[in-house]
Each structure stands twice: as structure tokens, then as C-alpha cells.
Design a protein around this ligand. Structure first.
Ligand code: CO
Length: 509
């Protein structure tokens, strides 16, 4: 019966909407914890967060959802549902199976071990001593592997590591990532050598001159306004606040970003604002009809990162953008009055081999990610063990970046991910860059003069292309299919490599 299928479907959507609304409550109180909460309120806040996550888990594993899913999939009328409806059912079913397949004890053990390990990591990092974290890391890694083995069945992937990747980049195989990253690496290493040979001494005093926090707040406002992210008007859906580490939180009608102001390093916040604005625009521009439905959530971490990287680097480090924006900046920061566009753009595009991922430039950043990806893949593939991590790390840094690591704090312990239970996450950073390169090509084909519009501070057409082709379709496609649909090409590192080759041609930009 036609009616019964659409009735069950509506019931299912209603239950899912509650989960999405609850998620938006969680994100507001997370945001509050990072920005506004009094320092001594941590205990109370963790009770609130714990309760919300318990309610969320109950909602996701509610047996009524299971029954509705069974009924709708068994119905002879199922095929009559539209493709959006069927996509929603697929995503609800996937989420339900994943939540119900994981034993509660394993989930609780994992959460506990994450807290223990991340705290032990902070102490071990301060002492620059990996041996202090090794045994806790082994426990966390073993629990992650158990989790991955359960999820492997549900997600129908071939290896535990692919089950972990699927959480961030659905349906992306390790074979595809390895191929794509190998090409990326083969393109980047000669480019890096060439740039290093021609690097000239740089006068950085323009970028280090003091700019007060008050003035930097004005710069943030001007940037978000220029990019079309409203954080000030009475109709605003966004706002900017200040935290130690910048982030974006929220969805649909309430999407907030944060930044960090360093008085002697004002461009730091400029690039954080550009990056987070890219994430924010994505969340704001999802098809409004799909709000609170699974299909109306972001496609993947990699696609999300492609948007932040696009605004931070492809737009934000381009000569065209600064042709338009530098005169505005000079009005607020009069001491920059004598700085030319060429000089400024050269300085913000400086390439330097560094030990630290988050301090690295557009070219070397990806090599940092490739190193982490290869280690994770080989760790879950039983090719290396936890004991060997520092040695493998240091060898790869020497090989790929020509860098000697002195101690494990600047080496294998530099990032929090592995000590917080985040495995399979790193590839999405480089995938984001790769996608952004493909998007750059497709955009240039569709709007050949978008860069000259940029020089006039006009991002209207660029934003609308991204909105229609990337943001609006949200989770209707898997990431690989979305990229194919938006750019006409399969996932490919070449456009990103060419974009960098072009940028650093003669290293004069
Ligand atoms: Co990001």
C-alpha cells in the first residue's frame, strides 16, 4: 500500500529529526564550553554532555527505528519511494546498524580509555618521552581495532582500517587513497626541491609587526563580510568568537566560528578566519528542504575540508584576492601602507620544510598527511607495531621532507589524534586539498573570469557555484560521486599539483 510506505517513512524521519536537533544542542553547549563557560564549571558541563550523549545513543538504537526500517525495506512499495527518500532510508539504516552492532561495554571502555590516553599523552609530550604513553596507546589502539572489526561487517568493507576511514570519508577505499597520495607525493617532492633552490631571503617584518586584538577583530569582520558570511547584521546566522584553537560549530541557521589573535602574528588569524568561514558557508548552504534529515548533513570530512582549504588557500593566498583586500586592510592597519601586493603575497606563500604539521605551508602540508596515512594503514595492517612508531615516523620525515626529528614531542607525539582515538581521520585533510584542486579547475571552466572578480572583492558568483555544486547536494552522494558530479572527473591529484606548480612557477608569484 502506497500510504503505508509513506507513513512509515514520515515516522522514521521524525525520529531522525529528533537526533539531529539533539546534536545541535550538543554543539551549542560544546561551543559554550570553549568560549564562554566559567573555568570552574567543567564538572557540571561534563554531566550535561554525558547525559546528552546517553540520550543520543538511546535515540539511535531505539527498537522502534529498527522495526520501521525493517517494515519499509520489506515493503513491496519500497521501490516507489523517490531517490531522496531512499537515500535517507539508506543513511538511517547505516547509522542504526552501526549504533546497534557495537557492544555497549566496548563503547564505554573506549570512551574511558580515550580520556586516560589523551591525558597521559599531554604528560608524555611535556616530558618528550614516548615510552610514558606506549602502554596506554596500545590499549586504546586495541579497543579501536575491536571497534573497527565490528564496524567492518556492518559497513561491508574489506579491512578494519577502511571501516575507520568510512566514518570520515564514506566508501573511500585504501587502494584509492594510496594511489591518489602516491601521485600527489610524486608531484610534490620535485616541486618542493625546486622551490627550496630558488627561495630568496624574506623580509618578514611586515608580517610580524604588532596589530592589536581590537584591530584584528575589525579585520575578521571585514573578511567574513567580504566572503559573504554574515556575522553582524540583524539577519546574521553566524558569529565569531575567540578560543585557543579555531573551530566551526553548528549547522543550518546557527553556524559559529572561532579564531585566535596573536598580536605579533596578525595573519595567523586572517587564515583561520578564511578557513573556518569555508566550513561555515558549507553548513549554512545545505539544501534548506533537507534540514534535519540525514541527506541534509555534510557529505564527508574531506569535502568539508575542501571548502575551508578553498577559501583559505586557493582564494585567500591568491594575488587576486589581495589585490582587492590589501587596500582595505591598509585602511585599518596604516603601518602596512607601504607594503605592495606582490611582496605581501610572496610572504604569505613562503614554503619551508617544517617538523610541525599545523605550521606547514600549502606544499609541504600534504607530505605531513601522507606520512600519517601510511603509518595508520600499516599499523592496522599489522605491518608495524606501536613500539616502532617513533622510528618509522622519524625515517619517513627524513625521507619525504628531508627533516631530522630530534625528539618525540616534535615527532610522533605532535598531534592529539592518535591519542584521542581518532584513526582514519588524517587522510581527509589531504583529500580536502585534492578535491579543492579539482574544484578550482571546474570553477575556472564554468566561470573563466572568477579570479578577476576576486580582485574586485566580488565572491558572489564563486559562492553561488560552490553552493549549487558542493554545498546544496549535502549527503545525497558519497564523496567520490559528488566530486565526479561537480567536476566531471574522478578523484585525481593532478589538478592540485598543477595548481601549485603554476603558483610557484619561477617562485616569483
Ligand atoms: Co578544517
Amino acid at each position: 500500500m502506497e500510504n503505508s510506505v509513506s507513513y512509515i517513512y514520515r515516522e522514521l524521519l521524525e525520529k531522525t529529526k529528533d537526533v539531529a536537533v539533539l546534536g545541535s544542542i550538543q554543539s551549542v553547549i560544546h561551543w559554550d564550553m570553549e568560549t564562554m563557560m566559567p573555568p570552574n564549571a567543567v564538572e557540571q558541563r561534563s554531566l550535561q554532555l554525558e547525559l546528552l550523549s546517553r540520550i543520543g545513543h538511546q535515540m539511535c538504537t531505539n527498537s522502534t527505528v529498527g522495526k520501521l526500517l525493517q517494515q519499509i525495506q520489506a515493503s513491496s512499495e519500497y521501490a516507489k519511494l523517490g531517490e531522496i527518500e531512499r537515500r535517507n532510508v539508506y543513511l538511517i539504516n547505516k547509522n542504526y546498524l552501526e549504533h546497534t552492532s557495537l557492544p555497549e561495554k566496548l563503547v564505554a571502555d573506549m570512551a574511558k580509555q580515550e580520556t586516560v590516553t589523551v591525558n597521559a599523552w599531554k604528560r608524555a609530550k611535556a616530558k618528550k618521552d614516548y615510552s610514558l604513553i606506549k602502554s596506554e596507546l596500545k590499549k586504546l589502539f586495541e579497543l579501536s581495532r575491536q571497534m573497527a572489526e565490528v564496524l567492518m561487517e556492518v559497513k561491508q568493507v574489506k579491512t578494519p582500517y577502511e571501516a575507520l576511514i568510512d566514518q570520515f570519508e564514506p566508501k573511500m577505499s585504501t587502494q584509492k587513497i594510496t594511489e591518489t597520495f602516491d601521485t600527489l607525493q610524486a608531484g610534490l617532492r620535485p616541486l618542493l626541491n625546486k622551490i627550496q633552490e630558488t627561495n630568496t631571503d624574506l623580509d618578514t617584518k611586515n608580517l610580524c609587526q604588532p596589530v592589536s586584538v581590537e584591530v584584528q577583530r575589525q579585520i575578521s569582520q571585514l573578511l567574513t563580510q567580504t566572503l559573504g558570511y554574515d556575522t553582524v547584521s540583524p539577519a546574521a546566522n553566524g558569529r565569531v568568537d575567540e578560543t585557543e584553537h579555531p573551530f566551526t560549530s553548528g549547522s543550518y541557521q546557527d553556524v559559529r566560528i572561532t579564531t585566535h589573535y596573536y598580536v605579533n602574528d596578525f595573519t595567523n588569524s586572517i587564515f583561520s578566519i578564511l578557513h573556518e568561514t569555508g566550513h561555515a558557508l558549507y553548513e549554512l548552504n545545505v539544501n534548506p528542504e533537507w534540514r534535519y534529515q540525514p541527506v541534509g548533513g555534510p557529505c564527508s570530512y574531506g569535502i568539508h575540508e575542501s571548502q575551508s582549504r578553498f577559501y583559505e588557500n586557493i582564494v585567500g593566498r591568491s594575488k587576486e584576492f589581495w589585490t582587492g583586500f590589501l587596500p582595505k586592510l591598509q585602511k585599518i592597519v596604516p603601518t602596512l601602507a607601504k607594503t605592495g601586493v606582490e611582496e605581501f603575497v610572496y610572504a604569505i606563500n613562503r614554503v619551508e620544510r617544517s617538523k610541525i604539521r599545523i605550521k606547514s605551508d600549502e606544499v609541504t602540508y600534504n607530505l605531513h598527511i601522507i606520512i600519517r596515512y601510511e603509518i595508520e594503514r600499516d599499523l592496522f595492517g599489522d605491518k608495524i607495531g606501536i613500539d616502532e612508531l617513533p622510528q618509522v615516523w622519524n625515517e619517513k620525515y627524513e625521507k619525504y621532507l628531508g627533516i631530522k626529528i630530534k625528539d618525540d614531542a616534535e615527532g610522533v607525539m605532535q598531534d592529539t589524534h592518535w591519542y584521542s582515538g581518532l584513526y582514519g581521520y588524517f587522510p581527509s585533510y589531504a583529500l580536502g586539498n585534492i578535491y579543492s584542486g579539482q574544484i578550482n579547475n571546474a570553477l575556472t571552466e564554468a566561470l573563466p573570469n572568477w579570479r578577476s572578480q576576486l580582485a574586485h572583492g566580488n565572491l558572489v558568483e564563486v559562492n553561488s557555484w560552490l553552493k549549487n555544486n558542493i554545498h546544496y547536494p549535502s549527503s545525497f552522494y558519497e564523496p567520490e560521486d559528488l566530486i565526479k558530479k561537480a567536476t566531471g572527473k574522478n578523484i585525481d591529484s593532478q589538478p592540485f599539483i598543477q595548481y601549485l606548480q603554476n603558483k610557484y612557477k619561477n617562485n616569483e608569484h
